[in-house]
Ligand binder design. Sequence first.
Ligand code: SAH
Length: 252
Amino acid sequence: MIYFIGAGPGAADLITVRGQKLLEKADVVIWAGSLVNEELLENCRECAEIYNSAKMTLEEVLEVMKKAEKDGKTTVRLHTGDPSLYGAIREQMDQLEKLGIKYESVPGVSSFCGAAASLNLEYTLPNVSQSVIITRLAGRTDVPEKESLRSLAQHNATLVLFLSSGMCEKVQAELLDAGISPQTPAALVYKATWADEKKVLCTVGSLADSAKANGISKTALIIVGDVVSHTNYERSKLYDPTFTTEFRESSK
Ligand code: SAH
């Protein structure tokens, strides 16, 4: 059995209880060494075989899984954040299916949630934004034309950009080209929830300079939108005394 487990954004205690328990029992662990906190491996079985996928190809990862399965072992494939976002899990799963190997997923806390916690941010403020667009700038991996930052920015929804902090000048230029005001609040969160986390509040107009000044060019998220400055939002209906909900009568 193979378990795809989300390790969380960084801090070792942000893995789920389910993920932790499976990790403690695993015979084989293949972990994404470039972004997963090594502390998580401290509670693995002494005899567990540990592989760092940062140095492996898909074929090599599958070979380890195949051998473990043949030996009747349990494998944990530990991915950063939540595996469903930029996790390259589907290509592993499709191969496992071809090989008739069973697998299961355990979610994790994505870095975009870790970054929100670090900033005490609510992505969906009433009357400001009710949508979060998770995207990236095209790099070596293309982004479909219809999902270009320029077009997504037109929605004025909260934007969270993964895998793009090394291209802040381009992000800034594309947002300004899309007609976004340079005064629009933005934030850079480097290594959210890690001990060496950095968070920088800025604006779209100062994004590139802020990244440069703080030496941020990788392992960071770019968050754009008025929710970052959290002004001029409406209070929620859910907790409004004049509103009746399924669980509470209004006071008027
Ligand atoms: N599945 C992961 C994302 C993997 S893609 C998740 O759910 O978070 C790798 C990118 O995620 C990095 O380039 C960076 O943009 C972002 N990232 C991962 N961990 C991060 C962290 N702790 N703080 C900020 N950004 C992070």
